[in-house]
Design a protein around this ligand. Sequence first.
Ligand code: NAD
Ligand code: UGA
Length: 434
Amino acid sequence: MRVTMIGAGYVGLVSGACFADFGHTVTCVDKAPEKIEKLKNGIMPIYEPGLDDLVKENVDAGRLFFTTEAKDAVANSDVVFIAVGTPSRRGDGHADLSYVYAAAEEIADLMSGYTIVVTKSTVPVGTGDEVEAIIRKRRPDADFTVVSNPEFLREGAAIGDFKRPDRVVVGTDEERARAKMRELYRPLFLNETPILFTGRRTSELIKYAANAFLAMKITFINEVADLCERVGADVQEVARGIGLDNRIGRKFLNAGPGYGGSCFPKDTLALVRTAQEYKAPVRLIETTVEINDARKRAMASKIIAAMGGSVAGKAIAILGVTFKPETDDMRDAPSLDIIPALQAAGAQVRVFDPEGMEEAKHLLPGVEFREGAYQCVAGADAVVIITEWDEFRALDLARVKAAVKTPTLIDLRNIYTPAEVKAHGFTYVSIGRP
Ligand code: NAD
Ligand code: UGA
């Protein structure tokens, strides 16, 4: 099949490369010329493990193309995906759909023959109806179907998630569109991946409900962690103890500094706004948003308390600033709340992150960026782990101890065991553990 992906970001580029790997002919269109230029030269505009090889293989095989010009690609495609951003709208937290609607207008003007227009972007209930109306208005005679096909991949594990998903959700009532979508995802059918065909609005809501549930699960364990600290219990044992119950499940029960990223924060907020608009408020999610926002800020106070109540003039080494490991994405990362609060309290902050520093430099003024974990901790009054990159899991603690000024380790991801760190002479503070 011939496929066009409008938007070559984290989702569009990964999905496009994976569809090409399924054997389809895919053109990724992005209006950012620097992204397309890089891709044409074999340089990835984002850090995502395995993506460079996957892109290269499919480009070499003549199945994957990049362009800033949607015209030929859309006109020749059976399926056109919209994979553009849907950030929070400034002021009210609703999803900003301007990029989606602009893409819909563009597609309307360019498509020819029966075309399936698929929203892969995360969009509020009813957006598919609006996309259909936009296209219908510009092209009253066009033959097309608008389908919802939300994406559930995680950054850092995106290729595996796309190729081996727990499920694929396809929202459309039209049988001919369902048949085409089945063909598109054929390799997954053969793998017996559950493919859920449903209505378009239901599909749109499934995506938000999934993200909101996961955000709530994380927030739940974070609150339990706070309680553990008060009562002398261990949140990791509690997580294991409840997670072994299949009805609860073990995943997404790692307590930490609060969820961040390009999706949970904006999607929980957008769901809250949609629900309020329809007068069916989702109060659990409203509370989740509030708790998570407060938690990110509270992490700075936790660090300050661990350093004796004042950080004025002190040097703090931060290991990891991206919202999670294995990505360079800094969107809504907890570090963006924690570090400015520490600076406001008078601390001098230095940072090392394996992939996120390029992006972080634009977002964290006044921070000193250092090349390497050991360089970062040298002379520090405290070391704080914000993101659990693998290379921070196996630090040579004796070497860290020798390099720092004061041996205080604040581990916001619980990647060390208290006994191990204390044996090296550190004061150790983690999340939800005695
Ligand atoms: P992104 O910002 O990385 O990429 C969006 C891209 O679209 C940008 O490169 C932008 O230049 C391009 N673009 C915007 N309008 C365009 C147009 N008219 N024509 C061509 N290109 C255009 O965003 P993302 O992280 O890939 O997210 C995209 C959507 O997927 C969002 O709705 C997001 O919620 C959803 N989503 C993201 C993830 C994730 O892990 N990042 C996972 C699942 C779903
Ligand atoms: C998340 C979802 O997991 C994907 O299914 C979804 O497609 C995506 O959002 C999206 O809609 O964009 P992602 O944001 O890439 O994926 O990363 P996650 O692994 O979900 O982590 C999100 C945040 O939660 C991170 O800040 C992470 O550190 C935090 N987290 C996650 C925890 O604090 N504890 C956990 O147990 C799990």
